[in-house]
Design a protein. Structure first.
Length: 175
């Protein structure tokens, strides 16, 4: 899928794992620079064995998509099964497991384009629901972002972490 601004969305694969990890590392640096460490902490994802395995699994699962501006990866989307700690949907869904963008492209709507691609996948599969979960702590800025993209907050949840509980929010959008 290509748009008038030259952003192409293409399926990703195993070769894209380092690209996705680099996007995550860049987003974490951006968050840390703004004092927003609750979402992903302060350490790079590219050196975290659990995160590397998670992104590798996304690449092998067939639900990884990258947004490209020319030859530069500028965003990633992964869709698949909802994590175990998320209340199950009572109907088929497309579940967004990952959405990350290159913060140097901020304001170009890349996240919205990737979420639009998730909606297109739902339409192609005759599925009427897209859900996502996100960090629900601090000032809930990420929740507000998803709401600005047409999602509605549904279930709140907490994931125990060694550093303390991680507050999350599930959001849903009808297709």
């Amino acid at each position: 899928m290509s748009d008038p601004d030259g952003i192409d969305i293409r399926p990703g694969g195993e070769d894209d794992v380092p690209r996705v990890l680099a996007l995550l590392d860049g987003a974490t640096r951006w968050l840390v620079a703004r004092g927003r460490t609750g979402q992903w902490g302060t350490e790079p994802h590219s050196t975290n064995p659990r995160r590397i395995a998670q992104v590798t699994g996304m690449a092998h699962g067939g639900g990884l998509y990258l947004a490209w501006s020319g030859t530069a990866p500028v965003g990633a989307l992964a869709v698949g099964q909802a994590p175990d700690w998320i209340p199950p949907a009572d109907e088929p869904e497309v579940y967004v497991n990952l959405l990350v963008t290159d913060r140097s492209y901020e304001g170009r709507g890349i996240g919205g384009r990737l979420l639009g691609y998730a909606r297109q996948l739902a339409e192609q599969r005759n599925v009427g629901l897209v859900r996502v979960d996100c960090y629900g702590g601090d000032d809930r800025a990420l929740v507000r972002y998803y709401e600005s993209q047409g999602f509605t907050a549904t279930d709140s949840f907490t994931v125990p972490q060694p550093s303390g509980p991680w507050p999350g929010q599930v959001l849903a959008r009808r297709v």
